[in-house]
Design a protein around this ligand. Structure first.
Ligand code: BF8
Ligand code: SF4
Length: 626
């Protein structure tokens, strides 16, 4: 029994009424106000990189004042998106590396996965013998931080890719140097008067993106696991129904677990839960939104209130005592909306300051005390809730989450005949693909987006792929669509084709594996790489592809580029903003194939996109002779 898209939309409509009742504006009002969208922006052919402009390309004016044409302008804008996306994931990782560097047994942050730290230390040749774990952590953090600005060499994690991939990157001149170097080079290349040849801008986009996927994001994932524990399989719930009528509800929203982990810990302090009871509440209910939800669900089973386009809806329930946010994907509209209710809106990072918010700058040295103060503030706000404004949609679903590569391998080991086969390999999955029981796998990732019917594309694509015996791995807001639908369940096997169902039963997994937040798409790159290595081929040969049905952010542009760089095709349900240049459309769909062996396939109709995906997977199978 899955929640249909119509049910989800009925919940939204109910909350919209709540918004109207308090005269609050929501994103759909602003979509109307912004429609129709600017055609120049949509096509990527508006340039304001210098003050001779802005210049817009038309049939009458095919060049900007400096002479840049549509191709140069669209490519420069596109590369700037990749640079911004790479910066976001990488700066997030850098913050966490600083926390690791200062971790101590007496401090607020400790090391929860020593094994993972030791294996990274080994990979980076940091001495471990007889050393204190925190000294090792400091050395590892220092090396990690050097990945951002080292004067020579390439990203260390590149050595984790298949040998064929490393060769491609080297031969094509897209091996990423220091992370900051690639971002700065991208900004430099796009400054007025530099590169105007679209192909070279696209190449730098690939290189900058690898500095994300095989640099910043991978560092972020590794260090988050070291500090907060590598996720394990656990059960939780998702959708707005996880908000509780008689509890103090705190929503943690954003991406950086350094903040949310501490809030989750503080909410468990007895003194505070007792305090909540003195205020008439049954307890404290922490729930997550966006990627923060994925992070805390995978490590603590904290329930997930929803994805990107539900951030306003959470406040519209009227039962959120506090929404506290860290970085990325936070609507600047939220403080104003919170004012229509009793909700306190708290920002915590200098990276994301929003007018109207209460700003409490979160510092690792004082983190626990600050988190306790924040939770207390929420508890104190419980008495201000207005009964007449309360409206919680009942919808919620059980979800099984927490499948990093370590857990996938563990499950596969469970079905391996350990007398004959080696443990710790993807071989059972490869055998199932070779036998055709599984046709392949698709990584479904990314946001939801009001440019299309929100969540619908995800939902349709997921259902159809499952029916066609395609295993799905999911992260980010896409994973939360699966959660809301009820597809992250063992029972979801009933929506699968016979082959996939058998695999789910044998390995004891749901047909959609929740691999985490968007930084954790790095885990997906390691998964594809592990499969390719155990198969004895390159990543570009295996029947595994990426799909972002409703992507919206610059992070997503960077991700799509590094997935393509890794040799995996990316199926997009939203068109990148380069359509004003035929050359750019050709470069992103076909041109990159000559560089990395992969490219985009774009189709805004989800049913057509599924057909494209299935054809792509079958073509890979045929090429492999299976
Ligand atoms: O990094 S999927 S809306 S929350 S950008 Fe944002 Fe998109 Fe959601 Fe996470 Ni990813
Ligand atoms: Fe116009 Fe060229 Fe300046 Fe862009 S860089 S605004 S195209 S003159």
């Amino acid at each position: 029994n899955i929640t249909t898209i119509e049910q989800m939309e009925a919940d939204n409509a109910m909350l919209k009424q709540n918004a109207c009742a308090v005269c609050a504006e929501t994103y759909d009002d602003r979509v109307k106000a912004q429609s129709p969208h600017c055609k120049f922006g949509e096509g990527g052919i508006c340039c304001k990189n210098c003050s001779m402009g802005p210049c817009r390309i038309t049939a009458k004016a095919p060049r900007g004042i400096c002479g840049a044409d549509a191709h140069a302008i669209a490519a420069r804008n596109y590369l700037r998106s990749v640079a911004a996306g790479t910066s976001s994931h990488s700066d997030h990782a850098r913050e966490i590396l600083h926390v690791l560097r200062n971790a101590s047994p007496e401090g607020n942050y400790k090391i929860r996965d020593e094994q993972k730290l030791l294996s990274l230390a080994k990979e980076w040749e940091v001495p471990t013998e007889g050393r204190d774990i925190y000294d090792i952590a400091r050395d590892v953090a220092d090396i990690g931080l050097m990945e951002f600005g080292k004067p020579e060499g390439t990203q260390r994690f590149v050595s984790r890719a298949t040998p064929e991939r490393q060769k491609v990157w080297a031969e094509q001149g897209i091996l990423p140097r220091a992370i900051d170097r690639e971002v700065v080079t991208a900004m430099h290349m796009t400054h007025m008067g530099n590169t105007a040849d679209a192909e070279f801008l696209v190449r730098q986009g690939l290189r900058t993106s690898i500095a994300n996927g095989w640099g910043g994001s991978m560092l972020g994932t590794e260090v988050t696991d070291i500090l907060f524990g590598t996720p394990t399989v656990r059960t939780t719930e998702g959708n707005l129904g996880v908000l509780e009528k008689d509890m103090v509800n705190i929503v943690v929203h954003g991406h950086d677990p350094v903040f949310s982990e501490m809030v989750v810990t503080a909410a468990e302090v007895k003194e505070l839960t007792d305090y909540a009871k003195t205020k008439g509440a049954k307890g404290i209910n922490i729930v997550g939104l966006c990627c923060t939800a994925n992070e805390v669900a995978m490590r603590h089973g904290v329930r997930m209130a929803g994805n990107f386009l539900q951030q306003e809806n959470a406040i519209l329930t009227g039962v959120v005592e506090m929404m506290c946010v860290d970085i990325q994907c936070i609507f600047p509209a939220l403080p104003q909306l919170a004012e229509c209710f009793h909700t306190k809106f708290v920002t915590s990072s200098p990276i994301a300051r929003i007018p109207g918010a209460t700003h409490i700058e979160f510092k690792p040295e004082t983190a626990f005390q600050q988190a306790k103060d924040i939770v207390k503030m929420a508890v104190d706000n419980y008495q201000n809730r207005e009964a007449s404004k309360v409206c919680i949609p009942p919808s919620k679903k059980n979800a099984v989450v927490g499948y990093p590569t370590e857990q996938i391998i563990k499950h596969l080991d469970g079905v391996t005949n350990s007398h004959v086969d080696e443990l710790g390999s993807y071989k059972p999955a490869i055998d199932a693909i070779k036998a055709g029981v599984l046709r392949g796998a698709v990584a479904i990732v990314g946001c939801n987006n009001p440019r299309v019917r929100p969540d619908y594309s995800h939902f349709e694509i997921m259902k159809e792929l499952l029916q066609n015996d395609i295993l799905i791995v999911a992260t980010g807001c896409a994973a939360q669509v699966a959660t809301k639908a009820g597809l992250l369940n063992y029972d979801a096997k009933y929506y699968c084709g016979a082959g996939l169902r058998r695999v789910c039963e044998l390995v004891h997994i749901p047909p959609i594996l929740h691999m985490g937040a968007c930084v954790d798409i790095s885990r997906m790159m390691l998964l594809a790489t592990g499969i390719a290595k155990d198969w004895g081929v390159d990543t570009t040969q295996i029947p595994v592809v990426g799909c972002a049905p409703e992507w919206m952010s610059e992070k997503a542009v960077s991700i799509a580029n590094y997935v393509v760089s890794t040799g995996l095709d990316v199926y997009l349900g939203i068109e990148p903003q380069v359509s004003g240049s035929a050359q750019m459309m050709e470069l992103i769909t076909e041109g990159t194939r000559k560089i990395t062996g992969a490219g985009y396939i774009i189709n805004t109709d989800p049913h057509e996109l599924v057909k494209n995906i299935l054809a792509g997977i079958e073509a890979k199978r045929t090429a492999l002779g299976i």
